[in-house]
Design a protein around this ligand. Sequence first.
Ligand code: DPP
Ligand code: ZN
Length: 899
Amino acid sequence: ARTIFLKDYQAPAFLIEKTELHFDLDETRTRVTSRLVLRRNPDLAGNVEDTLQLDGQDMVLESLRIDGNELSSNDYVVADESLTINSVSAFASQSPDAGFVLECVTVIKPQENTSLEGLYKSRTMFCTQCEAEGFRKITYYLDRPDVMSVFTTTIVADKDKYPVLLSNGNDIAHGDLDGGRHWVTWEDPFRKPCYLFALVAGDLKHIEDTFTTCSQRDITLRIFVEEKDLDKCDHAMDSLKHAMRWDEEVYGREYDLDIFMIVAVDDFNMGAMENKGLNIFNTSCVLANPATTTDLAFQRVEAVVAHEYFHNWSGNRVTCRDWFQLSLKEGFTVFRDAEFSADMGSRSVKRVENVSFLRTAQFAEDAGPMAHPVRPDSYMEISNFYTLTIYEKGAEVVRMIRELLGPEKFRAGSDLYFDRHDGQAVTTEDFVLAMEAASGVDLGQFRRWYTQAGTPQLKISDNYDASAQTYELLVRQSCPPTPEQSHKDAFHIPLRMSLLNADGDELPLVLSGEPAASDAPTERVLDVTSDVQSFVFKGVKSRPVPSLLRGFSAPVKLQFDYSRDDLLFIMTRDSDGFNRWSAAQDLAVAVIQEILQQHQRGQSPGIDKRLLDAVGDILRSAVADARGSGELDQAMLAQLLSLPSEAYLSELSNEIDVDGIHWARETLADALAVEHAENFADLYKLCQSDAPYSADAASIARRTLKNCCLAYLVRTQEPRWLEICYRQFNEAGNMTDADAALRLLVNSPAEAAQPLRTQALNDFYERWQHESLVVNQWFSVQAIASRPGTLAQVKLLMNHKAFDIRNPNKARALISAFCNMNAVNFHALSGEGYTFLADQVITLNRLNPQIAARLLTPLTRWQKYNQQRQHLMKAELERIQADPELSRDVYEVVSKSLK
Ligand code: DPP
Ligand code: ZN
């Protein structure tokens, strides 16, 4: 496969001013007629290009005209992925500089399109997915984001089967035709790249609301779903209105069209898509109802609805010049949606959740064979670059810019960016330039975050000089090599920090060389810019405990030689909520690693009493608070009581001891459960509530804490707690509580759990078999059970009538869940987990290459395992590589992994 390089970027030789599309919809034979008004790009000096190469694949060309003159097959060349017209001027009625009309008729087969890119059928409806390069499966076009056009779309379809016909913009005309067909014409007044085009046709119902913008314009809001799902739209609508208000207040961004539509579809590769005025959503990211949807999914709906809405400015009004700039819109928009979620719920908890995710999954990506910079230099298949690095690390890069500029100048920078580039297709460099211009802050060295891959490490040591009353922090940074980048230059790292005295108070921070000031700040952001750098604070009267990287001010691995007592001190005394949690995690990691080492040496585990006691203190304060004032953030308490995940512990290991990590973590969790059973029981009871379900932050926090307690109580394996868990499953008035209890029953190794588990799983399926998203949960609950025999169960479920590998949500619920969230079974030394995954990748490679490539991730991490596993994993990668019909998507991941 061919590699595409950023350095080869060239502006388009032709532009498309106007795009008129006409769809005659039919399952097996859809005719697409396009009428494009093109002209030579006048911005290219000396442009005399006469060859027009359009992108297109998987379609049959019926006719082609330029300015009404029909081209014959000698006049153009059709290849697998393109249509080339050798001489435009031979047919154009005037100079191509002045413009010409290209008319093209093609036929496509939506029903056979299992890739879910382009136009396809999802259950009973037609829908589209064009980002990144799906439009070329609809018609021949200049399928690149720097070609922006005004679109008018006419859809013709059977009126009975497809009463609702949607596209971008406004419905400007519609009518009926003979033969039971009807038509609608949509016009989108905003210029856009074709990746933002959308079409939907189906028997859809909708809910409607209005939003009045800051300039008093009334916007119609509609959410379209199948009739059975009408009772699951309210939360998305509320979230949308909150997001619209928030973007006005926080970023000064007003919505532009008169209507905003969301459509829910079942078969979708991504979470959702920000098509102009017509967002298309995976049902899993839009439908929510207390009976069928967990709190986690409620929060996800809120975040994804906001994310896609925010793209209207960060992505649509200002778009990407080329796909190397993907993080321009995705990193910025993830940052925006994370801040929105923080404002809607608990800020510290949102940060903890984001950082946990980043430190496990994105750091692992940075350490693997697919590592790439936030702005990559090359790719084979762009679909493979919708990654945690582009999204999550990209968001961290924007967050760091805000750290360095401060909130006011950051806002000025974003205003300038939108103002300068409205209607343009631009680069991450344009974003940074706007931030610099508005703030006067030099981001020269900072730009390396965009071009260098890998996770930087900060090793910090300290030195207190009692006689001079100085305290030195010595900061060393480094970054491990990544594919194609062996050497890294120093990053500009914002290090937010404080110094705490023995009472936990923050000290005034005056660096040597600075004048002493009575109002010196007690928190600062240090600019770490060199490989080795010393910061000396003066006037420090006793040895402090440093609170470093507050709020996770940079996406780095921090090493500081804290004693366990220091960590306990930070856990309880730091005013930075994130750092309190982070210290608790560090302490738990240290204890688990100690248990693991004892286990590896064949010793029986000794568990540090300080950790047991600290958890006891947290529990007692939580109990007292629940009995009394109720002021504590219960979501944060639940986070503090949750041990680091196996995935995080694995990421921290040089060589992952799969079974050892599982065993050590379970040992600690079981010990905590036994030691504090009474407190967990008290807290579990105190967190019960008779109030009707609400998805507000406090209620979600209460349920999270309650189910965290129940998890520990079930660990005691006492029949009484298994009974209570089973009762919660049966009597729960909402899916959150039912799902939590079901997971515990399925995972419990206790003998007494076995009949309850069987009963619960059967009842659950019986009750929810008609709710596809709930059935997916049922699949994944079973796929992640760490008990032996799970793979056999997963294989049985692959044959269940409710399973369909063509549906990405189902593939993820069963296959992905097993391979990513069930380390002990997936990595079984028999190699059967690896063989299973490779088999599924080989099947999906033909059906849906995007999903196949994504599924492969766990096999790509083979370097992190012992020899025996490495050997087995590589053998499966090689078996996949030997498939003669490998898609570009899978080929890229496999070949880079085996390099
Ligand atoms: N739909 C994907 C997202 O919003 C790609 N743009 O992130
Ligand atoms: Zn996005």
